[in-house]
Design a protein around this ligand. Sequence first.
Ligand code: HEM
Length: 160
Amino acid sequence: MIDGFLGTRASFMLDFVFLAMFLVLPVMAFSIWLVKRGHYLWHKRVQVVLGLVLLVAVTAFEVDVRWSEYKGIPWSQRAFPAPEAARAIVYQVLYVHLFFAVSTSLLWVYVIVQALRKFDSIPTPNAYSPKHKFLAWLAAADMTLTACTGWVFYYLAFVA
Ligand code: HEM
């Protein structure tokens, strides 16, 4: 794990993902703003690109974390010495974060694949709309919670 660039104990990839999430949420919000104004094709384009970018980022991040564990320098070595008292809470926050992160990954793939299948290639509202709206709002909320819990984890593990 190469050292990060934010001046904390985190690695380069952790810093990168930490910052990237500040971009992902506004882009997602912009995409929902677009669809609410009837710009369905732009909504599709933004969501598909965002989905692909996230797929690449998550894969690179996972490889980095697993590789560093394989090399015997796990993230926890960077995280601690965080204050001893923070140790338990860091793991609790991590498990909550992982719950949202894993469910978000699965839900995003499902929402995008289903939307691509059930809407026309130039998408407009149709019979699939109610289901898409329900799942897509869930996916957006899941992503928001993934980012928020990720930021809390980053702070507790690598800053505090
Ligand atoms: C994870 C990816 C996606 C998310 C988070 C997402 C999010 C949303 C949300 C929150 C809405 C409802 C907005 C409202 O309440 O009015 C919506 C509507 C819509 N989305 Fe997506 N979307 C995603 C992917 C896609 C894709 C890939 C397509 C096209 C293939 C698409 C096409 C549409 C359409 C046509 C609507 C309008 C439905 C209607 O108003 O009847 N979405 N999307």
